[in-house]
Design a protein around this ligand. Structure first.
Ligand code: A2P
Length: 317
């Protein structure tokens, strides 16, 4: 298994299990199966609503002696409704309690967008907090505090563009160490990757398989289906692999961590085996040519009428 290396030498496995959309009753088995299959990196978030179930799976894995805490890399994310000073630590404590852990390996600010306390998803302008009301730099100071208290080992962000990254970097005493964004062959985000790598910020690809089980609110008619792209299919056939395995191997080859979600034990096993799949230079080149700047998760939920945010707060291109 390839690992990526943080500035202090700590390591994160390149391949992790995604848990967004692992439903109630599925997440426990998904995480336990993943650990049994060899996964040592599990990606979670408060808003996924399944952290208590995942915590039970961690407890079972530790109790059964499948893995030790220090062998597991656990990420979680601060939801948009907890950006204010007193809310960051409160939500982090809830996440730790649900996951039954006393520290996280990585904690990310989930979006560069703030919502009023208690709001999961906004219904109107009144559900948002502007940057003046909830400055990202202040949220970041709280994240740093949690590192200093030993509650988290590494901090980073998700869905941040270069401008937003520079904004928090300016005042930071701990620079962001990770940026987790949507990345797959339709959206390789090379400009953002180049910037992050030049600043020693690691990257994680979410929705690496095209997130075909995404909810209606982020689904449009005629969205292309990544896993059915003929180029991916041909390369998969050549390697006697699956389309999902090719997509996972492509991310790993880019030195980007990748977190395919599955709640199915056979597919979890299959996805883990993708860490052994080596793509040729020609395969890699052909996949790179699929870039069409297509986003599955376009952030339009954060730019509804009355929102203080617009698309330029999210994406630069
Ligand atoms: P399932 O959970 O039933 O396995 P993403 O990681 O881009 O969000 O994609 C998740 C989607 O891809 C889910 O619908 C998941 O279904 C499916 N999936 C995960 N692994 C595989 C695989 N190896 N082959 C086919 N579909 C997969």
């Amino acid at each position: 298994m390839k690992h990526l290396i943080f500035r202090n030498g700590d390591k994160i496995p390149s391949l992790g299990l995604g848990t967004w959309k692992s439903e109630e009753g599925e997440a426990y088995n998904a995480v336990l199966s993943a650990i049994q299959s060899g996964f040592r990196h599990i990606d979670c978030a408060f808003i996924y609503g399944n952290q208590a179930e995942i915590g039970e799976a961690f407890k079972a894995a530790f109790d059964k002696g499948l893995v030790k805490r220090e062998e597991l890399f656990v990420t979680s994310k601060l939801w948009n409704s907890s950006h204010l000073k007193n809310d960051v630590k409160k939500e982090l404590q809830k996440t730790l309690a649900d996951l039954q852990l006393d520290y996280l390996d990585l904690y990310l600010v989930h979006w560069p967008v703030a919502l009023t306390p208690g709001t999961s998803y906004p219904k109107g302008g009144e559900d948002f907090l502007s940057y003046e009301e909830a400055p990202l730099e202040d949220t970041w100071l709280e994240m740093e505090d949690a590192v200093n208290e030993g509650l988290i080992k590494h901090i980073g962000v998700s869905n941040f563009n270069i401008t937003r990254l520079k904004e928090i970097s300016g005042n930071a005493s701990i620079q962001p160490e990770m940026n987790q964004v949507e990345m797959h062959p339709f959206l390789p985000q090379q400009k953002l990757v180049d910037y992050c790598f030049s600043e020693n910020i690691l990257m994680t690809a979410y929705s690496p398989l095209g997130s075909n089980d995404r909810p209606k609110r982020v689904r449009k008619e005629n969205d292309p289906i990544l896993m059915e792209h003929p180029v991916i299919g041909e390369i998969a056939k050549k390697h006697d692999a699956s389309a999902a395995q090719v997509l996972i191997a492509w991310s790993i080859r880019r030195d980007i961590a990748v977190i395919p979600k599955s709640a199915n034990p056979d597919r979890i096993k299959q996805n883990f085996a993708a860490s052994e799949l080596v793509l040729s230079d020609d395969d890699f080149q052909q996949i790179n040519e699929l870039d069409n700047s297509f986003r599955y998760i376009d952030g339009s939920l954060w730019t509804i009428e009355g929102s203080p945010f617009d698309m330029s707060d999210l994406w630069e291109y």
